[in-house]
Structures are given as structure tokens and as C-alpha cells.
Design a protein around this ligand. Structure first.
Ligand SMILES: *Cc1c(COP(=O)(O)O)cnc(C)c1O
Length: 421
């Protein structure tokens, strides 16, 4: 029996309504940018498996290092113990993070890194003797699927059963270059009626909101406002981190730096699950006390797993290499050219890109998009390219190691898709 059919017996997949989407594709091999399915068909992974495998699948530089580490130290409790992979990783991260980041807290997925960021913001004020229970977040944001992360995410049809259990969150629109004044007025109203603890946001690009990009200057103004009102700023860089926006972190595009940062996805180059919540000394100091209850009593069994730390360290070395930095520049130039070529196509409403993230909105009626999305997905897969359209948006977020030829093939399949819709 095929893997595809055996899968159906016991497996329950994430974000899937199995009655409407019963089919899965069984992948048996991945190397570089290529996924191979059980029938030997190959696909270019043009979204780097949800933006994780940025240095290519099964990257030998990373797998060799992890394989060596496996012979040395596999796993140990990170409460009361420490180890070299975590220490080396912290040193490498502090080199590249915004200058104000000074402490690193481990967990194992993006949602959890956001939960910890929210806890840091809430307990920061609690420890300082202030009761602040409200959070601010952008409309249409996505921060993960645990309760705190869901609370700060935009209200979605998927959250219906849980909404009454959510944290208190006030929402503001993303800055679009024209609404800065309106946003600041809204923020003033929010702080005068609520005790605001923190602002949780995806800097510059909202991934799940179909790669919705926003204005750095407008965001900087919001961050400044938060600083002035002692609102802890929590940058969710789970998607944007590690080079996606052309800089190592999206927060480096803004003058005002976040108090807290959440990282995962590309952190380990896709090899192992791990996440980090980093913070400034100011945050850490609010927890540092003779009073045990002021500590951050949060922990996960696999916190700072030595294998994941090793994969992350090797990934950061690759990110900083001349080769990867040159590839990023090449991809940016290539997206620019593709955008210019395609933006006047009658089926294209608009294109946008930042760093290696490219998105185009289709000029189609929204009510059709349910079927259209499935039709496009099938067309891309039939043509050997793994792209996952979001609503009427097609986006590319390919590994940094994608070859020119592979990238041209991705563009070409998108152009062909415009002719079938
Ligand atoms: C993917 C994502 C998350 C959630 O990460 P998981 O590892 O899937 O829990 C949170 N925030 C952003 C911006 C993401 O892209």
C-alpha cells in the first residue's frame, strides 16, 4: 500500500479539514531545494518548508556537526545544568541580534516563544508592582496556536471555540505609510482606558496575513510610543528572523529596538525544532531578585537541546558566510526583476517584496478563492513546484541556496498559472 494510503488510517494532520482535503503527498527524500515524493516526482521547495530550511534540506555542514554532537552529548536538563552548544549559540546570537538584546531563553516552537514573550511582558510589570493586563497587537497578525499566541493573533474563523478564553487584546492597524497619525491617536485612546503591558507584533511582514508588508517608519513611531509608555515591545521574528528581510533580523530596519524577540523557524536551518525568546537586560533585571517568586517559572523538557543548539550554531555560521549573503543579494535582485516583469499582467493586482520574500496578489474575485487556491496549488505541484497560495496571494520564500535555474522555474510556473485562472 502507498504511504499516502497508509497515512489515512491513523494520522491527523495540522491545519487540515480531512473531510475536504483527504489527500497528502508522501515525501521520502529532501536535498537542497528539492523534495522527492514516494513516486519519485521532484518538487522545488519554493517556501523552504514553511521558511525553515533556508540553507537547503539536509545541508551537510549542519548535519555533520549535529552528527558529531550526537556522539558527545544528546540531551540534558537545562535547569541547573548548562553545556557548550547552548553557550556557543548564545555568544553567536548576541553578535548578530540588535545591540540591546542580552539574555536568551529557550523553548521548542514559535508559538511557545511568543507565550514566553507575553509572560515576560506581563510579569515584568507584575514584578515591578504594577497591574497591567492588556496587550496590543496588529489586526490580522499571526503568532501561533497556543492560547496566548492565539489571543494576540487576528481573530480568525479557526479560533471560534476558544475566543472567550483569550487574553485582553486591543488591536491596531498596521502602518501603511499614510495612517501613522491615526494609529497614534488610537494608541493614546487605548492607553488612557487600559493598563497596557505589552505590544506583540510581526515586524515589517505579517506572514499568515498573506505576506502583508508594512512601513518601517510607521512601525518605528509605534515602538517609540510604546517605549514612552513603558509598554514592553515583543517582536515576533519567528518568520522574519535570520536574513529573510535582507538584514539578519527585521528589527534591524527600525531605529527603536524591541525589548523582547521571538525566534524559531529558520533558527536551526529546519533540522530540529527549537525556539528562543531573547530580551534586554532591563527585562531580565525585573526578574532577578532575592524573592524566588519573581523568577520566570517557565520551562520545557527539551529546552536548549544540545543537538538543536548545534544545528542553530551551524546555521548562523552559514547565514554569516559570504556565499549565503551573496545568494541573498542575488535573490533580491531577481525578485525585483520578476516583480517588474509581472506587475502589469492583467491577472496581477499588485506585487511586493522585501529581502527574499516575494508576494503577488491576484486580480480575482475573493469569493472564488477557496477553489482557486486548491486549483493553483495542484497546478504548481503538477508542475514540480511547491508553493502554498494564501487566499489570492502567491508568495515565494525559497531557501537561500536556490539555484538561478530553479528560481527561474518557480517564476515561470507562476506565470503559467496566471493563464489558467
Ligand atoms: C510560524 C509562526 C509562529 C508559530 O510558530 P510554530 O513553530 O508553528 O508554533 C509564530 N509567529 C510567526 C510570525 C510565525 O510565522
Amino acid at each position: 500500500m502507498s504511504l499516502q494510503n497508509r497515512d489515512k488510517k491513523h494520522l491527523w494532520h495540522p491545519l487540515t479539514q480531512h473531510k475536504l482535503h483527504p489527500e497528502t503527498i508522501a515525501i521520502t527524500k529532501a536535498k537542497g531545494c528539492i523534495l522527492t515524493d514516494e513516486n519519485g516526482k521532484e518538487y522545488i521547495d519554493a517556501i523552504a518548508s514553511w521558511y525553515t530550511c533556508m540553507y537547503g534540506h539536509c545541508n551537510k555542514y549542519i548535519t555533520d556537526r549535529v552528527s558529531d554532537q550526537m556522539q558527545q552529548l544528546d540531551q540534558v536538563v537545562f535547569s541547573g545544568f548548562t553545556h557548550e552548544p547552548a553557550i556557543k549559540l548564545s555568544e553567536a546570537l548576541i553578535e548578530i541580534l540588535p545591540k540591546n538584546q542580552n539574555k536568551i531563553f529557550f523553548s521548542d516552537n514559535g508559538s511557545t516563544s511568543v507565550e514566553i514573550g507575553i509572560k515576560m511582558a506581563l510579569q515584568y510589570h507584575f514584578n515591578n508592582g504594577e497591574k497591567r493586563n492588556t496587550l496590543i497587537a496588529f489586526e490580522d497578525g499571526f503568532h501561533g496556536d497556543t492560547f496566548g499566541a492565539m489571543s494576540v493573533s487576528g481573530l480568525s474563523v479557526y479560533n471560534g471555540p476558544f475566543e472567550e478564553f483569550f487574553l485582553d487584546v486591543k488591536r491596531i492597524p498596521v502602518p501603511n505609510g499614510e495612517n501613522s497619525h491615526e494609529i497614534i491617536t488610537l494608541l493614546k485612546a487605548i492607553v488612557s482606558n487600559n493598563q497596557v503591558a505589552g505590544f506583540v507584533y510581526e515586524p515589517l511582514v505579517q506572514g499568515a496575513a498573506a505576506m502583508n508588508m508594512h512601513d518601517a517608519e510607521g512601525l518605528n513611531a509605534i515602538l517609540k510610543f510604546c517605549k514612552n509608555h513603558h509598554i514592553i515591545t515583543v517582536a515576533d521574528e519567528v518568520m522574519t528572523g535570520f536574513g529573510k528581510t535582507g538584514k539578519h533580523f527585521a528589527s534591524l530596519h527600525m531605529e527603536t529596538k524591541p525589548d523582547v524577540m521571538c525566534l524559531s523557524k529558520a533558527l536551526t536551518g529546519g533540522l530540529l525544532p527549537m525556539a528562543l525568546t531573547t530580551c534586554s537586560q532591563k527585562i531580565y533585571d525585573a526578574f532577578y531578585s532575592d524573592d524566588i517568586s519573581k523568577g520566570l517559572f517557565h520551562g520545557h523538557t527539551y529546552s536548549a537541546n544540545p543537538l538543536a543548539c548545534t544545528a542553530a550554531l551551524a546555521s548562523i555560521e552559514l547565514l554569516q558566510s559570504e556565499e549565503i549573503q551573496n545568494n541573498i543579494k542575488t535573490i533580491i535582485a531577481s525578485h525585483q526583476a520578476f516583480g517588474n516583469r509581472i506587475k502589469h499582467h492583467p491577472k496581477v493586482k499588485s506585487t511586493r517584496h522585501i529581502g527574499i520574500i516575494f508576494a503577488l496578489d491576484l486580480n480575482v474575485e475573493m469569493q472564488r478563492y477557496g477553489n482557486l487556491r486548491d486549483k493553483l496549488f495542484k497546478f504548481f505541484m503538477d508542475n514540480g513546484v511547491f508553493l502554498r497560495p494564501l487566499g489570492n496571494t502567491i508568495y515565494i520564500q525559497a531557501p537561500y541556496v536556490i539555484t538561478k535555474k530553479q528560481l527561474q522555474k518557480v517564476y515561470q510556473v507562476i506565470e503559467e498559472a496566471l493563464e489558467i485562472i
